[in-house]
Design a protein around this ligand. Structure first.
Ligand code: SF4
Ligand code: SF4
Ligand code: SF4
Ligand code: FES
Length: 982
């Protein structure tokens, strides 16, 4: 710590701390417009000028040093601050009272007040550009743009989409998209970073415009008139009194605008943010304090909330009558559910019923669902959709290090020297995690290796891109591990101290030579060796993987191989290291954590462990079944086999997202009784006997657990739409009609019960999770959590990790002369899974109206396919009709189909082959035949999709270019010259 005097008072400054942070931290104040703690120094506004030992410096760009004497209010500093701000006002018209950004947090407004500006010395000068309204979610008004460059910094260096720049050399600089395109036709992915950090109204969410203020919905002509009046009186009254009026208006808004913290409902990154609402209208999503995301979001979290007020929402229970459904009262519907479930249990036993919980629902709801299955019905037949994606990764970690979760935090991924991504389209599936990798790679010299079939964004950015043959990751990973051991590049000290089973493991690697790996994977031996050396040289490595690994017949084994490689190289137990299976759904981690699994009670406690069962039996006051139940794959088989008669499923589009969808649909049609609880009439509802309307995340309280094991609270933003109910209440109602006698008044009580029965969550409670506070499990009773797992020991009784041998079997469903093409599938940035939620946001539908099949330029030429050609894909299990998109993202005879379609779901093509360890379907092992249909349609991706844009990478806002303008001088210098003249 160093001693720094600020305005005569000595404070302790931290080394490398910025003056602006020290001043703010110690209760001082200095104006600052372009500085944002999450962006760092942008240095465009000059309003933060302070005097340090007699020299004017920017407080946002100067580090503290011992003995500094800082004056924030000296005449020199104050004059420089005012001069700088005057220049800003020449770019911005102050019409706060009729501005939708007049919400108490406008930096321009607040700085005008802070500096007590009464009159502008430099008059406002309009810029010769039109407002750009071409993006469906936000608009840019050049006339209001103060050229602070925050948006550019955020786009270039935080999101790293590299769309924005400022043409500093132009007589009339402005923000540019792709160097001068319209926003709509640019590479902008609508992540919203720029809008979030804009300090004024130049960039605004369209949902705010005309809705936030009391006067802002007036016609443009009326608004212009009012602005003219205000401008007319300004020379006489000064800004002081005008600002008072706008502040009164702003204060009135506080009574009608609610700002409620929630957690994103889409992917597993766990972004959290405030949702601003006026009645049921969502004004905007404001990310800032989220521990996982800060100012970051992707298009879905920032703008993808059209499902909330969609007219398609279910608002009344439905009961099947023949081929139709009729509306019913809640009482009637729930009575039918209870009586039919009771009847079937009485006739066929508890194991003739099954329960599917939702990874979109809360932890508390997942807990109640498995409690309903086990404690009320008496079966362990309960599962969730982690079976379709995450179970193999969890298994790989259970086998080797003990806990089935990411071994560190997203901040560890940022810190790593080397990130290895295997089978994950991170930029589209976990966009905010991708921003952290892209930024560390761009700015901090982090190395990036990507292995994937497709040349997606992360692959294009990688230092090394591996394109192995489908389903061969296990082989090359094991070969690299063997190479490291053979060449004394393993971390032997770490292995001696922390790993068991090295000898047996080393023997198991016998077949995995580099030569064999190259032959099987198709990756040149030299490339594999280069990768091995990069891994050996890295001081800290993280491996990220996802469904490109897990959705194979050897998903568990490949996940195990990844963890083995981390152990061999000593890449556990330290910051910046570890295993990161990227969890897909917002709460897929939590759904399993809280016991919606056929073999485990909450906290991964085995159902066949008598001590565990005894604890739950005492807590729940019932006798519990002791044998493992059916997972969701086995449930489908059991329905076909006539053993499973009834199912209760919540929030899961299983008829489309399970593999071999035709087979799954046929199974559902055979059920004696099927209850589906959802917020829309999904495809799965078509098979239901009773449909119950649940509530989406914004309409309930609870917690979600993200990929980094982070438990976060969501608060109720809106009342449940009339006629729908939060899922925890519905489950409780069903349970009570079956005689359970539950009395939960609030999800916090459910969490208290979870904590009392589950050592992993012993210290979790709602107080410790209040607001933006969060906990990363395991959480000790005193509330201590573990952002970095295994800091002291691995999660096995002796504290040591276990090297777990895996052998090579190879993928199924291989191409042959009939089914000659490999079909890969996965997500698209804009949509979530089948799109039941995201298609309800108009702007998303506009940008990505449909699914398609990606075809390589080589194959397109060979077969005469263009973007827009309708093709039929036929697999051994089904067929779909879809339009082609010709793109070099895919190579050769490999196709890719995004999963966002209910009409043509890719899972009509996928098989029932599974990973034998977890029963996770081998979605990524599908061979198809492609038949060209005669029609040629429009390209399935419209021109306004970001994929057609042309980014303009640069390092941030490049303020030096502004400083080189002939008309620029730092405000202090102007001031010094003026003073000299006087
Ligand atoms: S990608 Fe688009 S929305 Fe995201 S920061 Fe860049 S310009 Fe803004
Ligand atoms: S649009 Fe960009 S440069 Fe203009 S005021 Fe907003 S953040 Fe600053
Ligand atoms: S979908 Fe994922 S990355 Fe996007 S805002 Fe939500 S949690 Fe964040
Ligand atoms: S806040 Fe320091 S230059 Fe803008």
């Amino acid at each position: 710590m160093v001693d720094v005097a600020i305005d005569g008072i000595v404070h302790k400054g931290k080394p490398a701390e910025l003056l602006i942070d020290l001043i703010n931290r110690t209760g001082g104040s200095v104006p600052h417009v372009c500085y944002h703690p999450q962006l760092g120094p942008v240095q465009t506004c000059d309003t933060c000028m302070v005097e340090v030992n007699g020299r004017l410096v920017r407080a946002c760009a100067t580090g503290v040093a011992d003995g500094m004497r800082i004056s924030t209010k000296s005449a020199k500093a104050s004059a420089a601050q005012v001069e700088a701000f005057d220049r800003i006002l020449s770019n911005h018209m102050l019409y706060c009272t009729v501005c939708d950004n007049n919400n108490g947090n406008c930096t321009v407004h607040n700085t005008t007040k802070l500096l007590a500006i009464e009159h502008q010395r430099i008059p406002f000068r309009s810029k010769p550009y039109e407002v750009d309204n071409t993006n469906p979610f936000y608009r840019y008004d050049p006339d209001q743009c103060i050229l602070c460059g925050r948006c550019v910094e955020a786009c270039q260096n935080v999101e790293v989409n590299e769309t924005l720049s400022i043409n500093w050399e132009d007589p009339n600089p402005r923000v540019l998209w792709d160097g001068g395109s319209t926003i709509g036709e640019s590479s902008c992915v609508s992540c919203g970073h720029c809008v979030t950090v804009c300090p004024c109204n130049a960039l605004m969410e369209k949902t705010m415009l005309g809705h936030a203020g009391f006067l802002t919905s007036l016609k443009k002509s009326a608004l212009s008139g009012m602005i003219d009046v205000v401008k007319g009186i300004e020379p006489e009254t000064g800004y002081g009194s005008i600002l008072q009026v706008s502040e009164a208006e702003s204060a009135m808004r506080e009574h009608r605008i609610r700002k409620t913290k929630t957690v994103c409902t889409y992917c597993g990154v766990g972004c959290s943010f405030d949702v601003w609402t006026k009645d049921r209208h969502i004004l905007k999503v404001a990310p800032e304090h989220g521990p996982a995301n800060g100012i970051s979001t992707c298009v879905k979290g920032k703008f993808g909330w059209g499902h909330i007020n969609s007219e398609d929402r279910l608002t009344t229970p439905l009961i099947r009558e023949g081929d139709r459904f009729r509306q019913a009262s809640w009482d009637k519907a729930l009575n039918i559910v209870a009586s039919r479930l009771s009847e079937i249990r009485a006739n066929d036993g508890p194991d003739s019923l099954a329960f599917i919980s939702s990874s979109k629902c809360t932890n508390e709801e997942s807990y109640l669902m498995q409690k309903l299955a086990r404690a009320v019905i008496g079966t362990n037949n309960v599962d969730n959709c982690s079976r379709y994606c995450q179970s193999p990764a969890t298994m790989g970690l259970f086998r080797t290090v003990g806990y089935g979760g990411d071994s560190g935090s997203i901040s560890d991924i940022e810190k790593a020297d080397l990130v290895l991504i295997v089978g994950s389209n991170t930029a589209e599936s976990h966009p905010v995690i991708a921003t952290r990798v892209k930024s560390a790679h761009k700015l901090d010299g982090q190395k990036l290796i990507v292995s994937d079939l497709r040349e997606h964004e992360m692959a294009r950015r990688a230092d090394v891109f591996l394109h192995p043959k489908p389903g061969t990751d296990l082989f090359w990973l094991n070969a690299i591990t063997r190479y490291l051991l053979d060449n004394n590049l393993a971390h032997t000290k770490f292995l001696d101290q922390w790993a068991n089973g090295l000898d047996e493991y080393r023997m198991s690697l016998e077949p995995f030579t580099m030569e064999a790996a190259s032959r099987i994977s198709g990756v040149p031996e030299e490339t594999l060796k280069a990768v091995a050396h990069m891994i050996a040289d890295a001081k800290a490595m993280c491996i990220l993987w996802a469904m490109g690994v897990t959705q194979h017949t050897q998903g568990s084994d490949t996940s195990t191989a990844i963890s083995n490689l981390l152990l061999i190289t000593g890449n556990y137990m330290r910051p910046g290291t570890g295993a990161y299976p990227l969890r897909g759904h917002n709460n897929v981690q939590g759904a399993s954590d809280h016991g919606s699994m056929p073999n485990m009670l909450p906290g991964y406690q085995l159902v066949n462990d008598p001590e565990v069962r005894q604890r739950f039996e005492t807590g729940w006051k019932v006798k519990l079944p002791s044998t493992k139940g059916l997972d969701n794959h086995q449930m489908v088989e059991a329905i076909h086999g006539g053993k499973l008669k009834a199912m209760y499923l919540i929030g899961e589009e299983m008829s489309i997202v399970d593999s071999n969808a035709n087979y799954v649909g046929d199974a559902f049609a055979k059920l004696d009784f099927f209850v589906v609880q959802d917020i829309f009439f999904s495809n799965t509802c078509r098979y239901a006997d009773v449909v119950l309307p649940g509530a989406p995340s914004l309409e309930k309280e609870g917690t979600f657990t993200s990929t980094e094991r982070r438990i976060q609270r969501l608060y109720q933003v809106l009342e449940p739409l009339e006629g729908s109910e939060p899922d925890w209440k519905i489950i409780q109602d069903v349970a009570n009609r079956l005689g359970a006698g539950w009395h939960y008044q609030h999800p916090s009580e459910v969490m208290d019960e979870i904590a009392s029965l589950t050592p992993m969550f012993a210290g979790v409670n709602y107080e410790r999770l209040a607001g933006y506070r969060s906990l990363q499990w395991p959480v000790a009773a005193d509330g201590t959590d573990e952002p970095l797992l295994y800091a002291k020991r691995f999660a096995f009784p002796d504290g040591k990790a276990r090297l777990f041998p895996v052998s090579w079997i190879g993928p199924t469903d291989q191409p042959d002369s009939e089914f000659d093409l490999h079909l890969n599938n996965g997500r698209l940035l804009e949509h979530f899974h089948e799109g039941n939620l995201t298609y309800r946001t108009e702007g998303i539908r506009e940008k990505t109206p449909d699914t398609f099949v990606e075809v390589s330029p080589e194959l397109a030429e060979e077969r005469g396919i263009q973007s827009g050609t309708w093709v039929q894909l036929v697999s051994r299990y089904g067929q779909v009709r879809v339009r082609a998109l010709v793109t070099d993202r895919v190579h050769g005879r490999e196709l890719y189909m995004p999963m966002n379609s209910v009409e043509s779901p890719v899972n009509r093509l996928t098989s029932s082959h599974t990973d034998p360890v977890t029963n996770t379907p081998a979605y990524k092992e599908t061979s198809v035949h492609l038949k060209i249909l005669s029609e040629v349609g429009e390209s399935p991706l419209p021109r306004i999709n970001s994929r057609f844009g042309h980014p303009t990478p640069q390092n941030g806002v490049e303020v030096e270019r502004k400083w080189r303008r002939p008309d620029y001088a730092p405000p202090g210098r102007v001031l010094v010259q003026l003073q000299t003249k006087k």
